[in-house]
Design a protein around this ligand. Sequence first.
Ligand code: 5GP
Length: 202
Amino acid sequence: MYSKMEVIVIKQLEERIQSEGRVLGEDILKVDGFLNHQVDPHLMRDMGQAFAERFATSGITKVLTVESSGIAPALMASLALGVPMVFARKHKSLTLTDDLYTAKVYSFTKQVENQISISKHFLDKNDRVLIIDDFLANGQAVTGLLEICQRAGASVGGVGVVIEKRFQRGHELIVDQGIPLLALASIAGFEDGHVVFSHEGE
Ligand code: 5GP
């Protein structure tokens, strides 16, 4: 069941996907106009609010994501929840000198394996985490973040994604572990280059 607020945000997001999204090949959606390149701050704010309301009573102390496209929705959710946001880094940096939690993540869109890292300073056993990402496909990015939480001894209160592709494995992978999942737009499939939404969560 979606709340009234979620229904409004979902409608807004679906309209943007329908009007601006481009289907690439069999299973990729390009939404560079508001999420993956240019960012719409009003839509991000509303989506952050929706994530925050859904997980308001989950005891969240930190929002976790992976750079770079997860940062905008994660930041808005963290602002609405009043907790910090931490993004896992994909690239080694001269400034990343702390002790790190790491996990390997196979990138669905880039088809390469990345090592993602989070400093041990910013996650520990007292944390309860909300994981946020832009897309949920096969669940590799979320799985990498779950592994890092496990290594840190942090608990996970939920996962929020802007867009899930319901026909890929990620959704089951998360809910089968008993982790609450909120996907704002749920795509059942692509037909002739058009997006077909799934409304099974209503
Ligand atoms: P997963 O790890 O769940 O297999 O894939 C999720 C990650 O791959 C997301 O962080 C996102 O960056 C990227 N991704 C997966 N599918 C899509 C897609 O259809 N469009 C875009 N723009 N990114 C995607």
